[in-house]
Design a protein around this ligand. Structure first.
Ligand SMILES: *Cc1c(COP(=O)(O)O)cnc(C)c1O
Length: 424
């Protein structure tokens, strides 16, 4: 459920007309709803109430905007970070350091040192080598790092290949078959407090079955570690729950997920941790765009909008579907190809889409753009970096400026030897 609805024939974000935002801020622009973020945060937490005292760390790679993080921090969410930059953002937004989980397959020595100094709550180790390095870094500082071992459970998540992370051939975690031995060796190191195991098998999962299979394997691993004398007090079950992108799409609900987790983990005797991203932020954001013009095509007209693959990469990256809707629909529909202005055929949001009739100058939105949207934006084709707006009831604020292409060019230099006349 979200808060982007028609009011008197005009799409609003909560109480604010999208026409008003387009007038004030221009297009393209991402718009987030505070009420939707809060609602999703509460629904997800409520769904996990059968699982005891859980820690929920928002996977901030889904939406690292400082204002969004602030809203979620105020809901008691920690943060799952995958880089030093994300960690700095989480801290800046007021997320408590001990509520931060540091994930990621390539943490550098510098990132580990900074995270130790900041006092973050848990490192999710993706290899034995990483654990050895973290132990040494922590020891040299006279510190002990809390750590969990991320396991690759060899489960097919049944999602797009580029967002599957839990099959044996994927780069993430350590093989479940070697995990108990690695856990034992890491537990023996000074500087490391091995206290848990972690799993994250992929994103936009449309079924609970692969998650359940992964959790069952994780439960077996916990038993195996304990049988060998090891200690496990935490289990991080990752993120991955899907959201509906298409009308009629029905991914498992947070409540169904919570019930499954409670059933599988009831005898684990650990603190459970979660790293949801998309399910919190996905439907809390839209990308507002303006139609530049409509031109005829071989089969259907091309609707050329001022948003492009550099603003919203998911269709080009994953053939992802984003619902398209006019801000002031007149009830008529047509079949069209919706494309951006970037010089790549991949800059296509939809082919042969049945959608609201739009014409040059009309405003429209791509829905479900609050996760993996603005954060993946680039300035490709020397386009401006897309701005972001947060709406809360009847008020709104620009929470990320539009960074002009000229500002990006200002950071570039032509070396002296290329300047006119120098090679004379
Ligand atoms: C991306 C990621 C998540 C979040 O995934 P969603 O599908 O957005 O919930 C959680 N944990 C880790 C380790 C990730 O890489």
């Amino acid at each position: 459920m979200d808060h982007f609805r028609l009011k008197n024939g005009v799409l609003h974000a909560e109480g604010v007309s999208l026409c008003e935002i387009a007038d004030a801020v221009g297009t393209p622009v991402y718009i987030y709803s505070c009420a939707t973020l809060r609602r999703h945060a509460r629904v997800f937490r409520e769904a996990l109430s059968p699982c005891g005292d859980v820690h929920i760390a928002f996977a901030i790679k889904a939406n690292p905007n400082l204002a969004v993080l602030k809203v979620l921090a105020s809901e008691g969410y920690g943060a799952d970070v995958v880089s030093g930059g994300e960690m700095e953002r989480a801290l800046r937004a007021g997320v408590a350091a001990d509520g931060i989980v540091f994930s990621g397959v390539g943490k550098t020595g510098d990132e580990m040192a900074r995270a130790l100094d900041a006092g973050i709550g848990q490192f999710n180790l993706e290899s034995e080598e990483e654990g050895v390095e973290l132990a040494a870094t922590a020891s040299s500082k006279g510190m002990t790092a809390n750590a969990a071992l991320r396991v690759n459970p060899d489960v097919d998540a049944g999602t797009h290949g580029k967002i599957s992370t839990g099959k044996a051939e994927n780069k993430f975690g350590v093989s479940i078959h070697q995990a108990a031995a690695i856990y034992a060796r890491l537990s023996a190191l000074n500087g490391l407090n091995m206290h848990g195991v972690a799993v994250h098998i992929g994103s936009q999962l449309g079924s609970l079955d692969p998650l359940e299979a992964a959790f069952v394997r994780l439960g077996d691993l916990i038993a195996e570690i304990r049988a060998a004398g090891g200690t496990v007090t935490h289990a991080d079950l990752g993120g991955g729950l899907g959201v509906p992108y298409r009308p009629g799409e029905n991914p498992p609900s947070p409540a169904e997920y919570g019930a499954m987790v409670a059933r599988i983990t009831k005898d684990w005797n650990v603190q459970l941790m979660f790293e949801p991203g998309r399910v919190i932020a996905g439907n809390a954001g839209v990308l507002l765009t303006k139609v530049i013009r409509v031109k005829p095509g071989a089969n259907h007209p091309f609707v050329i909008v001022d948003a492009a693959m550099n603003d919203l990469a998911r269709p080009a990256l994953y053939e992802a579907y984003h619902d398209f809707a006019a801000v002031q629909p007149d009830g008529a529909c047509f079949t069209a190809n919706i494309v951006g202005p970037v010089c790549e055929t991949g800059d296509t949001f939809a082919m042969g889409r049945e959608t609201d009739v739009v014409q040059a100058g009309d405003l429209a939105i791509f829905r479900t753009a609050g996760a993996y949207g603005a954060t993946m934006a680039s300035t490709y084709n020397s386009r401006d970096l897309v701005p972001e707006v947060l709406v809360d009831g009847d008020r709104y604020a620009v929470v990320a400026d539009r960074i002009m292409a000229s500002t990006v060019a200002d950071a570039e230099r032509v070396p002296e030897w290329l300047l006119d006349g120098d090679d004379a």
